[in-house]
Design a protein around this ligand. Structure first.
Ligand code: EPU
Length: 337
């Protein structure tokens, strides 16, 4: 077991924040992972996947365990479906591309989402009308406490909007080692109803899209709206879209006729936080090395050497301003460490 000391975490978080891990190890198989978790000398452990949903605001005093377990395999199949199991260290988008190359359908709308397979269930990643839970079958995870292996099936995971058991009861208790998905081999069920996908496919001149074309459309939309973390540090949507009461929605609409909303129930609607932040005047605002992205106000960015504390301060200012203007509390989607 090779534990390194004082390692920069800049390459391991998509925000590109410079902080150090006092101790660091990258594990590439389950046995190695179990050995590390058993190690009594390092009581404080931080499990790190693709680092795409976190904001580091300080050095990590304990041991950072980078889960880098690779491998994709088909574990079952019928004429119509295939069950694909991907290990947690696989890059999410590369996994989606592998599925598309094999003509397995179901994940195409989730193209180009940063991060790794193993962390995708934690926040039930979602985009353009599809969520991970739609194709999720089960995942295996190792208990931090006793290193036992546990299988979580879909019901166990309690998936919700950007939410799962791994953000609640099971938070900090398990390391997900692989995830299994049920994908289609034929008669693919396309999800092309999302406005941006309809118009992108039209621009591409496509009438009856294949799953590969839907993926291309999603990639084009994401590239036009969302900054590439390899060029500008970011963590995707920094906040969740809030759900508010119909009464509050009607109240706000008196002053803002153009407020967008998605129905949730008879008494509630979801509001795009990006719209609220844009109306609060933050879209495209830059404060030195950090700011709010110019094409999508929900994304906070690091232009170079921003500190996590600076971005956190900006996030708090945005939350305060949105609360003051609209009486809506917006909640961070990323984990602040
Ligand atoms: N909007 C604005 N200004 C902005 C951004 C958005 O007015 O700067 C309004 C517009 O009315 C727009 C609407 O918000 O039509 C929705 O915008 P968009 O389609 O970009 O979606 P979103 O609700 O802002 C969510 C996810 C994204 C996902 C997109 C597409 C959350 C927190 N975010 O964003 O996920 O890609 O839908 O499905 O639910 C992520 O989680 O990291 C992420 C990027």
């Amino acid at each position: 077991m090779h534990i390194e000391q004082n390692i920069s975490l800049k390459p391991y978080n998509t925000f590109g924040i410079e902080t150090n891990a006092k101790y660091f190890i990258s594990v590439s198989n389950i046995e190695e992972l179990k050995d590390v978790l058993k190690h009594k000398n390092y009581t404080n452990k931080l499990i790190l996947g693709g680092g795409s949903n976190m904001l580091l605001t300080k050095d990590i005093e304990g041991l950072v365990v980078h889960v880098n377990i690779k491998g994709i395999s088909v574990i079952d199949e019928s004429d119509d479906h295939v069950i694909v199991k991907a290990n947690s260290g696989e890059n999410w988008h590369e996994f989606v591309l592998w599925c598309l190359k094999n003509d397995y359908g179901g994940l195409e709308n989730l193209s180009l989402i940063p991060g790794n397979v193993g962390t995708a269930p934690i926040q039930n990643i979602g985009a353009y009308g599809v969520e991970l839970k739609d194709t999720f079958v089960s995942c295996e995870a190792i208990s931090l406490e006793d290193q036992s292996l546990k299988t979580f099936n879909k019901e166990d995971c309690n998936f919700g909007y950007r939410n799962s058991i791994f953000k609640n009861e099971a938070k900090g208790k398990y390391v997900i080692t692989n995830v299994a998905f049920k994908l289609t081999k034929q008669n693919h069920q396309l999800n092309t109803g999302y406005g941006a996908i309809i118009s992108e496919l039209k621009t591409m001149g496509i009438k009856a899209a294949t799953i590969q074309e839907v993926s291309k459309a999603v990639i084009a939309i994401r590239e036009s709206k969302l900054p590439n973390p390899k060029e500008i540090g970011n963590s995707g949507s920094f906040f969740k879209n809030p759900v508010i009461s119909i009464e509050l929605f009607h109240e706000i609409r008196k002053n803002f006729e153009d407020i967008p909303s998605y129905p949730i129930s008879k008494s509630e609607v979801k509001i795009p936080a990006g719209w609220l932040i844009e109306k609060a005047g933050f879209k495209g605002k830059r404060f030195g090395d950090y700011g709010v992205h110019k094409n999508q106000a929900l994304v906070l960015v690091n232009y170079g050497n921003a500190k996590g504390e600076d971005i956190l301060k900006l996030a708090k200012l945005i939350q305060k301003t949105v609360k003051r203007l609209f009486n809506i509390s917006i909640e961070a989607e990323v984990n602040v460490l």
